[in-house]
Design a protein. Structure first.
Length: 253
């Protein structure tokens, strides 16, 4: 009878150990994971903008399309501005007339052959003509949309010969070399994560790994998900990367 109780006790102990074994292994896995954290990330340009038309006119030439590269100062597209050029010529001619009239009256005033009032009127007319020229020149400067920096075209929203209204978007662009890594991480990671930390990023689309460095942390923690946004600059400047690519960020702690 004593031998039976001893065997039963040994069987129960073995059962308990068998039940505890997965928990022990899980604890060991969790300990290992705490030293190697992997999170999902996306690539996005830190500097991008949507260019809009500042005049209402017909598009004459579009020199770029989605995916094209450009340099700062390049003409990206041009509008048909024949009417504006005519208005500019007219405004400059009116300015020349006002200038001649003012110069003539100024000379006559010096000879006491024109009154001060006539001279003042001529001067005001000249100033109005100068203002008209400035307005037309500013409008004509919008006939070409110029690249504000070196970059690439993300989207083109218009076609050649299309009539575009002032304020309509025409191109979406981003600056070259401005792509960065963007991801969310658990807020308790702030206990060890800081600006300047290094990481490796494996890009899903290319299956290549690049190096990056934390450049900034979000200004708030999401109270629902308990996560914070993290930004990182890419250290591999020669890597072929595109906005929207995704990957995994790996920290070795």
């Amino acid at each position: 009878m004593a031998l039976l109780k001893f065997k039963l006790k040994m069987c129960l102990n073995g059962l308990v150990l068998a039940l505890l074994a997965p928990s022990v292994l899980l604890a060991q896995d969790n300990t290992q994971f705490s030293d190697e954290m992997i999170v999902r990330a996306q690539l996005r340009p830190s500097e991008q903008t949507t260019l809009s038309s500042e005049i209402s006119s017909r598009l004459a030439i579009i020199k770029v399309d989605a995916g094209d590269s450009f340099k700062k100062g390049d003409i990206l597209l041009s509008f048909d501005c024949a009417n504006l050029y005519a208005e500019q010529k007219k405004a400059k001619a009116a300015h020349n007339v006002a200038m001649a009239k003012f110069s003539s009256l100024k000379r006559l005033n010096e000879l006491s052959s024109a009154s001060a009032v006539e001279l003042q009127v001529a001067q005001s007319e000249l100033e109005m003509a100068e203002a008209d020229v400035s307005i037309v020149d500013k409008t004509v400067s919008h006939c070409n949309i110029i690249a504000p920096y070196d970059g690439r075209v993300m989207d083109r929203f218009v076609n050649s010969h299309q009539f575009v209204k002032a304020g309509d978007p025409v191109l979406r662009i981003y600056a070259s070399g401005s792509i960065e890594v963007d991801f969310l991480i658990a807020s308790d990671s702030l206990a060890w994560l800081s600006v300047g930390d290094l990481m490796s990023v494996t890009i899903n689309e290319t299956n290549k790994t690049i190096q990056a460095k934390v450049s900034g942390l979000g200004s708030f923690i999401d109270p629902v998900s308990q996560t914070i946004q993290v930004r990182a600059v890419i250290l591999d400047k020669n890597a072929t990367l595109l906005p929207g690519m995704s990957g995994t960020v790996q920290f070795i702690r």
